[in-house]
Write a protein that binds this ligand. Structure first.
Ligand code: CO8
Length: 326
């Protein structure tokens, strides 16, 4: 029974090496460490999740096109993907193009075996000041229900590998919701979190009403969402558990710290990290009993990994583990 659940958990997480197709990074033009791969895949039409086909399409798209709204860089010997939201003139407002690029870049990084963690940050004084209000203003109800974009935006939460939000300034509306879909939030000194959609005659639409309450509690979430003017600064976000900590200093220092956290994660066994993320995130969706059962199944599944044998052997032999990510 336990073994069955463990096998099922493994299958769901797709860890057979044949499915974990690394993107052939070295075959991309200009390949190097700290390579800036500002390639757009916004029109690549990827709708599934990290399937082999999607990886091939993404790889093709990456090598052909140029991102317009984000910058993507591989750092730390290409084990960390750094994504910078890059529309500073509108405080990195989340246009449809930006969100397509963001989701697709995350999916490509998720599918690259060498990458162990991702970071999202914003250029300039904002992380993101919400959905692009100019884009949204003339949408009608059919657009919201029928078009791909609203549901696709939530795909940030479907990424398997850890994502760190390095929140350098305003994280408002959809910007706050993107941060909430990440796994770790590091707040820069100037971070400001809020859900001001009510001022625009609408409400949060990317999970804000569901995720914020779990982080800051009902009363604060209600005050933030219903008044649209109750914002949390970095210290308050930290005190309430929304951010894991506040990083003092400039944006560069914040990003440096985020890279250091991501690099530590990237040193660990990739499949163990993905299973740990899945186990923690199941607390969002399952009750305690079901959640503990899922954790047990995933815990059992780690014992099918070479990395579990290596990790425990390395401890006993008093050496650093050499994980092979299988
Ligand atoms: N959309 C479009 N443009 C924006 C946005 C935005 N969200 N935020 C700022 N900008 C633009 C401004 O229009 C301005 O452009 P311009 O120079 O051409 O006038 C530029 O960015 C700089 O902004 P400000 O001059 O306003 O800068 P300030 O420092 O004075 O103010 C604020 C900063 C307080 C952040 C202010 O810009 C502001 O209130 N922005 C809007 C915040 C907001 O309401 N966000 C929620 C948007 S709705 C949303 O996120 C819904 C998410 C659910 C989507 C689900 C879809 C599926």
């Amino acid at each position: 029974m336990f073994v069955d659940s463990a096998c099922k958990a493994l299958q769901q997480l797709h860890f057979s090496s044949s499915r974990w197709h690394p993107l052939r990074w070295s075959s991309l033009p200009g390949s190097s460490s700290n390579l800036n791969f500002s390639h757009s895949i916004s029109s690549s039409g990827l709708s599934g999740h990290a399937s082999d086909t999607a990886v091939h399409s993404a790889s093709d798209a990456l090598s052909k096109q140029i991102y317009k709204c984000i910058e993507v860089t591989l750092v730390e010997q290409e084990t960390v993907g750094l994504i910078v939201l890059n529309r500073p003139e509108v405080l990195n407002a989340l246009s449809e193009d930006l969100m397509h690029e963001l989701v697709d870049a995350l999916r490509v990084l998720d599918s690259m075996q060498k990458v162990g963690a991702m970071i999202i940050t914003g250029k300039g004084k904002a992380f993101a000041a919400g959905a692009d209000i100019k884009d949204l203003k003339d949408k009608n109800i059919a657009d919201i229900f029928m078009l791909e974009f609203p549901s696709k935006w939530n795909d940030v939460s479907k990424i398997k590998k850890p994502i760190i939000a390095a929140v350098n300034g305003y994280a408002l509306g959809g910007g706050c919701e993107v941060a909430l879909m990440c796994d770790i939030i590091l707040a820069g000194e100037k971070a400001v979190f809020g859900q001001p959609e009510i001022n625009l005659g609408t409400i949060p639409g990317m999970g804000g009403t569901q995720r914020l309450i779990r982080e800051v509690g009902k009363s604060s979430a209600m005050e933030m969402i219903l008044t649209g003017s109750r914002f949390l600064d970095a210290q308050e976000a930290y005190q309430r558990g929304l951010a894991s900590r506040v990083v003092a200093g400039s944006n560069d220092e914040l990003v440096k710290e985020a890279i250091s956290v991501a690099a530590k994660i990237a040193l660990q066994s990739r499949p163990a990290v993905v299973m740990a993320k899945a186990a923690v995130n199941s607390a969002y969706e399952l009750g305690l009993h079901e959640g503990v059962k899922k954790e047990q199944a995933l815990f059992g599944a780690t014992f099918a990994l070479a990395d579990q044998k290596e990790g425990m052997s390395a401890f006993i032999e008093k050496r650093q583990p050499q994980f092979v990510h299988t």
